[in-house]
Design a protein around this ligand. Structure first.
Ligand SMILES: [Zn+2]
Length: 203
């Protein structure tokens, strides 16, 4: 199958890699239909972060379940699933407390694990990690593209607005007008901000 592979600064290539396959009973194989490029991908692309040549890339993705391991209970072939930016085992102390980004066996897609900018992915801990998208959205491409940022960037913007304590009628100041800043702006509006001031360098 084809996948985006990091080869060095300003050098990400589409390469042929072994097909995704079930390795653990908790795995699922997902045929990727949509994937984003995140600013977190751009750091290594620009040479601003450690990323090992040969690693796959991409942690914001959605697709169709093609196969499931024998221990997968909540997903079935043909389901559309969306992934958070990281995978989590769902069984450790942290996961049980809702702190799944600190999962003992968890990790980020890409970063030495399977990446989402690919034709398919072996999704680890599929039950604990993946979320089924309601079938009613099938065929609505605009809506599918609109929910894709929930994988990471919109979740980050929403988290920022909630942590900032935005309430109806508030004035919200968003520092930065990149993807997360713009999602923070949307989130502040959604939470009812009366006035939103965005500081950034985009005209
Ligand atoms: Zn991201």
């Amino acid at each position: 199958m084809r996948a985006a592979v990091f080869r060095g600064t300003f050098d990400i290539r589409v390469e042929q890699i072994p097909d995704a396959s079930i390795l653990e009973p908790t795995d699922a194989i997902i045929r990727i239909t949509h994937a984003c490029i995140c600013d977190t991908d751009l750091w290594p692309y620009r040479g601003q972060g450690p990323y090992t040549p040969g690693w796959q890339i991409g942690h914001e993705w959605m697709g169709m379940v093609e196969d499931v391991g024998p221990d997968v209970r909540t997903l079935k072939r043909g389901d559309r699933v969306i992934a958070p930016y990281d995978f989590a085992d769902g069984t450790c102390e942290f996961c049980r407390k809702g702190l799944d980004s600190a999962s003992v066996q968890g990790g980020l897609w890409g970063f030495g694990h399977e990446g989402g900018q690919a034709e398919a992915i072996r999704a680890r801990f599929a039950d604990a990690t993946l979320v089924v998208v309601p079938p009613s959205v099938e065929g609505d491409e605009a809506l599918l593209k609109a929910i894709l940022p929930v994988t990471d960037v919109m979740a980050a913007g929403h988290h920022a607005a909630v942590m900032a304590g935005v309430h109806p009628g508030d004035t919200a100041i968003v520092i930065g007008d990149g993807a997360v800043g713009l999602c923070g702006t949307l989130a502040a509006r959604r939470l009812g901000a009366g006035r939103i001031v965005v500081l950034g360098h985009q005209p």
